[in-house]
Design a protein around this ligand. Structure first.
Ligand SMILES: Cc1ncc(COP(=O)(O)O)c(C=O)c1O
Length: 465
């Protein structure tokens, strides 16, 4: 129950009058109310009316163990008796060092220098500035440009937008951004080098020559002198449409970058903390970047905090007498907030104790199997993609031709609205419907989620096909 003084009417009236929601056309609220959530537990959110909804997108991909895990709640309560906040320049605290000690065990040993900030976008801003300044501090003044991937998403601050490639979010702000080299995305379903193919349960993947890597190679070959770093989301272009891509592409990217003396930044803000089936997606390609960005699941999804972790070599390029001017002048008021650190340490302890990476393997396999069984024969499903706890359907008007639905139909949005009546939150990316599941589910939960998702999608698309 909501606090008694907060009636539905009062919340809605204040919200409508004053609150501007993220990624939302506020005019849509003329014809519908925002859903008021007052409680959460495990995989569920509860509305003010007491309706129970599966949180199938883990509250924007943050929540990993399920909501209000008792260990995490306890860690926050304990921390509140000790230290709420203190600035992190000149001071340190055991709560930050515990995060580092625990996280180190999961990361490649080469990533050994930890810079705290507040969210995924700031983790990326820090990485971009670090990579740029690394070369400046070493006297390579001309190495100022970044390479990024079309369909990439790294956050909404201007640096992160500069290296993003999702036109819907990024195009308008182009005049504000810095220039980058953009390379074609490893988007297998819409690969121009492979003939269109219908998705079937049996269809093998078409032979792949990694032509997308050629474009990257050409950029590196022609411009290596100007390029400081390449930034990529390992194995999964998340906000770009849950595009799962081959391990070989990631391996090739890292090899090429190092061959051309270009730093590699992995943005594991979405993929980190077991979401793709390994603690970090980088493990699947057995490669190590120079810098990694972490956020979202870093605190189990409870509080905002981020980390940008760099190699010793990068750190050493900044380590000098003060007057040499090599200091990294970057920081945020809430850097390494002790409460966020405490919950992060508790979440990392859970990864050791409960080991969802290992123990969740059968559940992930079941999820993938059921995805194919339930959706491969649906006429509107162009592509089915999955990796770890992430699954996605790319919906199309014409499956054979891979024709998207006209954007004015707002199919994804209609599915979102309808899903709420089916006890689910499906919050699509355009017409890509996806699940970004927490780890506390059972196979019965998977069945309910997928069956109700199919009912939802059918209900909306029956009107369209
Ligand atoms: C890969 C990736 N990087 C960065 C971000 C930005 O994170 P935040 O929303 O915490 O700023 C996101 C957010 O979805 C993301 O998916």
């Amino acid at each position: 129950m909501a606090r008694p003084e907060w009636s539905k009417e009062k919340v809605l009236s204040l919200d409508r009058k004053h609150i501007w929601h993220p990624f939302t056309q506020m005019k849509d609220y003329e014809t519908r109310d925002p859903v008021i959530i007052t409680k959460a537990q495990g995989a569920f959110l509860y509305t003010i009316e007491g309706l129970r909804l599966y949180d199938t997108i883990s509250s924007w991909w943050t929540n990993v163990h399920g909501h209000l895990h008792p260990h995490l709640v306890e860690a926050i309560n304990k921390q509140l008796e000790l230290l709420d906040h203190v600035n992190f320049a000149g001071f340190t605290h055991p709560y930050a060092t515990e995060v580092v000690e625990r996280l180190k065990k999961f990361l490649p040993p080469a990533l050994s220098r930890f810079f705290f900030s507040d969210n995924g976008s700031t983790a990326v801003e820090v990485a971009l500035k670090m990579a740029f300044q690394y070369w400046q501090n070493r006297g390579f003044a001309q190495k100022t440009r970044f390479v990024c991937i079309k369909e990439a998403y790294h956050g909404d601050t201007i640096g992160a937008v500069s290296v993003g490639g999702v036109d819907l979010y990024h195009q308008l702000y182009k005049p504000l951004t810095f220039k980058t080299f953009r390379t074609r995305a490893p988007y297998c379903y819409r690969c121009p080098d492979n003939p269109p193919q219908e998705f079937t349960k049996e269809a093998p993947l078409p032979p792949c020559s990694l032509a997308c890597l050629e474009e990257l190679k050409n950029i590196f070959a022609q411009h290596a002198q100007e390029i400081c770093a390449v930034i990529v989301e390992p194995r999964l272009l998340a906000a770009g449409g849950m595009i799962v891509y081959p391990v070989e592409y990631l391996k090739g990217l890292v090899e090429l970058a190092h061959q051309y003396e270009i730093l590699v930044i992995f943005d594991e803000v979405a993929t980190g903390f077991a979401r793709t089936g390994t603690m970090f997606a980088l493990e699947q390609a057995q490669v190590v970047p120079d810098i990694i960005c972490l956020a979202k699941g870093l605190t189990g999804g409870m509080l905002p905090m981020a980390l940008t972790v760099a190699t010793e070599e990068i750190y050493q390029a900044f380590y000098a007498d003060y007057m040499e001017g090599k200091t990294f002048f970057h920081g945020h008021s809430f850097t390494a907030n002790p409460i966020a650190c405490a919950v992060s340490a508790a979440s990392l302890a859970l990864f050791e104790e409960e080991n969802p990476v290992k123990k969740g393997a059968p559940l992930r396999k079941y999820f993938h199997k059921r995805l194919i069984e339930l959706f491969a024969d649906e006429p509107y499903v162009g592509d089915i993609r999955y990796l770890g706890y992430v699954g996605a359907l790319e919906l199309v008007a014409n499956r054979r031709k891979k024709t998207p639905f006209p954007p004015e139909k707002r199919i994804g949005f209609q599915i979102y609205m309808t899903s709420l009546n089916h006890g689910l939150v499906l919050r699509p990316l355009g017409d890509v419907i996806y699940w970004f599941l927490p780890y506390c589910l059972s196979t019965e939960d998977i069945d309910s989620i997928l069956m109700e998702s199919r009912n939802t999608i059918r209900e909306v698309l029956l009107k369209e096909l």
